[in-house]
Design a protein around this ligand. Structure first.
Ligand code: AP5
Ligand code: MG
Length: 214
């Protein structure tokens, strides 16, 4: 299955992707995670990306498209994949369509996870992520058993640099302007499915699985 996850910052794309990869045995390709790794590694790309990410703006299309193309060419993507955070605007979506049509492997589904703006702020300011395995927690909704320590692997939990209130506000604006139009884009292509991303993480996951026919 070749799936794109759409949804505002904090909608739960990463959270649901982590569960879907276990169920379907296909990789998650998160452009945000790839960029954060480049930032942590201090590569030239990471240094350039950090300035943009800290403002909540989008990294240049050519950089992100290059990263995704490289990732899609890897062997573990042959069975399918979950794109999380890509595409992020119409130009990225059109390029993706072109690349996938050259590979003769078009997308199966674009799944939009819909959450009201008021809920998103609390989810993002409360988010904590494991440095080692990227498992997500939330100080309001799903705390780790031991403060600051990952339940799954014992890694340290950290708060993302872009999860500050002012940056979150800009990320939400950028989402409305640049990314939300993709809901229509995939609707017109006839591959859009939408799920309300409210309720428990497992409830939402079960709804997604039944939509995907699993
Ligand atoms: P990216 O990493 O993609 O961030 P994002 O889109 O802002 O989305 P988030 O990761 O913040 O939210 P999510 O939907 O994954 O929510 P999560 O599951 O964590 O991008 C970061 C930056 O990188 C961008 O701003 C940009 O600069 C750059 N970038 C990335 N891709 C790019 C691209 N293609 N082009 C250009 N630039 C790009 O959940 C959030 C919290 O809510 C967690 O704490 C979680 O535990 C909690 N939660 C989840 N589900 C529930 C629930 N049902 N109930 C209660 N809490 C819940
Ligand atoms: Mg995410």
């Amino acid at each position: 299955m070749r799936l794109v996850l759409l949804g505002a910052p904090g909608a739960g794309k990463g959270t649901q992707a982590k569960k879907l990869i276990e169920k379907y045995g296909i990789p998650q390709i998160s452009t945000g995670d790839i960029l954060r790794k480049a930032v942590a590694d201090g590569t030239p790309l990471g240094k350039e990306a950090k300035i943009i990410m800290d403002k909540g703006e989008l990294v240049t299309d050519s950089i992100v498209i290059g990263l995704v193309k490289e990732r899609l060419a890897q062997d573990d993507c042959k069975k399918g994949y979950i794109l999380d955070g890509f595409p992020r605007n119409t130009s990225q979506a059109e390029t993706l369509d072109k690349v996938l049509s050259e590979m003769k492997s078009p997308l199966d589904v674009a799944l939009s996870v819909d959450v009201d703006k008021d809920d998103l702020m609390k989810r993002l300011t409360g988010r904590r992520t494991c440095k080692s395995c990227q498992q997500m927690y939330n100080i309001y909704f799903s705390q780790a058993k031991k403060d600051g320590v990952c339940d799954k692997c014992g890694g340290d939990l950290f708060q993302r640099d872009d999860d500050k209130e002012a940056t979150i506000k800009n990320r939400l604006d950028v989402y409305e302007k640049a990314t939300a139009p993709l809901i229509d884009y995939y609707g017109k292509k006839g591959i859009l499915k939408s799920v309300k991303g409210v309720g428990s993480i497992d409830e939402i996951f079960n709804k997604i699985c039944s939509m995907l026919g699993a």
